[in-house]
Design a protein. Sequence first.
Lengths: 209, 209
Amino acid sequence: MPTYKLTYFDVRGYAEPARILFHLAGVPFEDKRITHESGDWEKMKDKTPFGKIPVLSVDGFEIPQSAAITRYLAKKFGYAGKIPEEQAWADAIVDQFKDFISSFSQLLMAQRTGKPAEEVARIASEVAMPARDAFFKIIDGILEKSKSGFLVGDSLTFADIVIVENVTTLEKNQFFTASEHPKIVALREKIYSIPAIKKWVETRPDTQF
Amino acid sequence: MPTYKLTYFDVRGYAEPARILFHLAGVPFEDKRITHESGDWEKMKDKTPFGKIPVLSVDGFEIPQSAAITRYLAKKFGYAGKIPEEQAWADAIVDQFKDFISSFSQLLMAQRTGKPAEEVARIASEVAMPARDAFFKIIDGILEKSKSGFLVGDSLTFADIVIVENVTTLEKNQFFTASEHPKIVALREKIYSIPAIKKWVETRPDTQF
């Protein structure tokens, strides 16, 4: 088995779906976490392939970009979709999430960089909240039609993991109201009750993001 | 062979890498183009899976999201990377492009929605141009180390097609200066000189985007 090292900040964020896949598959990996206080990130930034983390090292071969990492592991461990059309739908859902979160991030960026309150409010109402509502309408619609309760086909894919993990983060930050999305909450319960995932979710570092 | 229909606006944009893959593989497909003037888009929008195009129909089964479509066809036709690690790198490059273009799009959106000139200039200098420069530094760096001249491994992948096509669009809109990126220009020449691609590029509808 290859030696895996997953390097990311000490949060769930973009690396957590990959961590969950390792725990689900029972495959050992080094869960390397960089704290902001250590200053290690500034030292290693230029040595990463794209100047960003997460980075997955597989026997020393480095893979950047969270969706690429998650898809790579999902394929290795059997959670990428059973047929090409399922794989394409899992990919499409994750890409749709990426579109949503890049719009949504404009709000977090405006808050963090101390933009005036009215500018933050404008970005929230014109960009972030419409993007969020449109995204969850799509996910609700997919689950409405799903016979298995999963987002793609009749079994777990990395798309389910990416979505429910991010729902958890949005909820922790008051951007997701569980009572408005019962099907998404049911999906999360379904995924978090898989024994290997349940064990990890109950014991993992509890971070805000 | 399945019946393929690719639906998009009458531009190259997000659908062109998929069109190129069809021409490269010599696989027939319906190149369905929606014009803004026809009003057809407003009529069909709600019937698409995610309210957006491109959508690829494979014997009536619909796949949304351009990267998912392009990856699906690349896998079918043998241009997704030869081994899992190459596939992950092709994916990572396309995701990195997606990150760049979502930052860059803030500029196009500000221009189109008639924001004040100083706001447009601020977005250009603080967001769009830094995102562009960081992205092309990554691509230049990859090509600098490439022995084959391709972005991934020793043969063509959909990552090459996505990047060179978008370079063409950026250049047409004065956002890419060929003389600053000789390796990227060489990659484009390499790809555009593949006979099946050359024929398509020479005869395809010439659109601004």
